[in-house]
Design a protein around this ligand. Structure first.
Ligand SMILES: Cc1ncc(COP(=O)(O)O)c(C=O)c1O
Length: 454
């Protein structure tokens, strides 16, 4: 394309042109390039639609970020109002939207978390969390889990345990891995008591080999999101917290996906009353209307930062437009009882899904909290053999793409991780939409049943 054509760019093209440029001039995340996707032209609430007018129920909330759904009028209005006032001012200047959101975060986040560094997303929040933990403790190693996703920047991808970390692995980056409390497929065979699923014993053993005096922090998603919706048993997080405290290791909770009502509480760690030293959030903080993430630290870390420089910075830290949507979003949460709605709709959805599980032999387990639910598919309930192997591709991954295609054709937008279907609709979804989704799932699971017995 030559510069002479710039005047032709008027955001008024037909869908074929958009697809053509998408395939050839745009680089899509985590994908082989060249795809010509559906062109999405609008959305409202839990639904979005494409250029042919076909409508889809967004049962993934896009990237599990649109907790308030599409085009919430309060969020759109907040963007307009802040844009009229002031679009940008450097991070060192005082700004109303920035201070308002920082004050709200101090109130909403658990325990003694008081001070927030705002970022442009989740990975940047985690980068800053681990850097701060290393400076504060003077130690280098970070303990992270296998079934995890922490972001795509260099440090965050090293923390990540899912197969994408192979794309950016940096040997010697100081990450030590532990196993997950995945009780349905316990890596330790789940004896009673289980050293892995109870948290402390397994962590202690790994720390013994790694030398706890060299470990700055343990980072974990309190409920694993992308990697299969894994809910730890009661006591797990308390046990990890206790081990961290005993060794002077900081606990970082990555609530980028689980935070802001997704699990039916403000934060997932609230289910177990465990307070981390650093909480990282993004996504649901403002439903993704403007890029925003946050790293919120404990009072003692904040006090420490009053005597030495914070080791990080971003041009867009505390961006006024983003912070204004954060403030508006949190007000909407309170005015519309969004957290309570998520808890109630989560119970309804769980009930409907349990009925589906009774009917479809390919469903091995339904698990989750609030509207953060996973449906694990198996070949055989007894042996729990996964319907498709971990990280399967191509032929080995069939029938998953067939199921996704079926759901999409029926107007249901879903996502999978290996053999787990992730069900994460907007938190203000209507009951009729939950029922519509389950009706499509019911027919879609017949594909799974057939594949299980094939
Ligand atoms: C738990 C968790 N942490 C971090 C990230 C990375 O966030 P971002 O893509 O905004 O950098 C994600 C994204 O899905 C996530 O789910």
């Amino acid at each position: 394309m030559s510069h002479a054509l710039i005047e032709d760019h008027d955001l008024n093209h037909d869908p074929e042109w958009i697809q053509e440029v998408h395939a050839n001039n745009y680089i899509q995340s985590w994908s082989v390039q060249g795809s010509r996707p559906r062109v999405i032209t609008g959305g409202a609430g839990s639904w979005f639609w494409d250029s042919t007018g076909k409508r889809y129920l967004d049962f993934e909330s896009q990237l599990v970020n649109m907790n308030l759904g599409h085009q919430h009028p309060g969020l759109v209005q907040a963007i307009k109002e802040q844009a009229d006032k002031l679009c940008y001012i450097g991070p060192a200047m005082g700004n109303e939207a920035r201070s308002e959101l920082a004050a709200m975060m101090a109130e909403l986040t658990p325990g003694n978390l008081t001070s927030t560094f705002f970022t442009t997303g989740g990975a940047a929040a985690n980068e800053n969390a681990i850097r701060l933990a290393r400076h504060y403790t003077g130690r280098n190693k970070i303990v992270a889990r296998y079934r995890s996703y922490h972001g795509a920047s260099a440090g965050a991808l090293n923390l990540t345990g899912d197969p994408r970390h192979h794309l950016g692995d940096q040997a010697g980056a100081g990450v030590v891995r532990i196993l997950d409390p995945y009780c349905y497929r316990c890596p330790a065979g789940h004896p009673d008591p289980c050293p892995v699923c109870s948290g402390g014993p397994h962590l202690e053993e790994i720390l013994m080999y790694a030398d706890p005096n060299t470990v700055a922090a343990v980072i974990m998603e309190p409920i694993v999101g992308t990697n299969g919706l894994i809910v730890p048993p009661d006591g797990y997080l308390q046990s990890v917290r206790e081990v961290c405290d005993r060794h002077g290791i900081l606990l970082i909770m990555d609530e980028v996906m689980a935070g802001f009502g997704r699990t039916g509480k403000w934060f997932a760690c609230d289910h177990w009353n465990v307070v981390p030293d650093i909480l990282t959030t993004a996504k649901g903080i403002n439903s993704g209307y403007v890029p925003l993430g946050a790293m919120t630290v404990s009072e003692s870390l904040a006090a420490w930062l009053k005597t030495r420089a914070f080791p990080g910075g971003l041009t867009y830290a505390g961006h006024p437009l983003a912070c204004a949507t954060g403030v508006a979003s949190l007000k909407i949460y309170q005015e519309e009882n969004i957290v309570e709605q998520a808890a109630a709709s989560g119970e309804i959805l769980m009930g409907l899904l349990k009925d589906l599980a009774d009917k479809h032999p390919c469903v091995g387990e339904v698990r989750g909290k609030g509207l953060f639910i996973g449906l694990e598919l198996v070949k055989d309930r007894q042996s729990r053999e996964p319907l498709v192997p971990y990280n399967a591709k191509g032929e080995k991954a069939a029938p998953i793409p067939e199921m996704m295609k079926f759901a999409m054709n029926e107007g249901l937008y879903l996502s999978f991780f290996s053999n787990v279907i992730r069900l994460t609709p907007p938190l203000n979804i209507a009951r009729a939409d939950l029922e519509f989704a389950c009706e499509v799932l019911d027919r879609m699971l017949e594909i799974g049943d057939r594949a299980a017995t094939a």
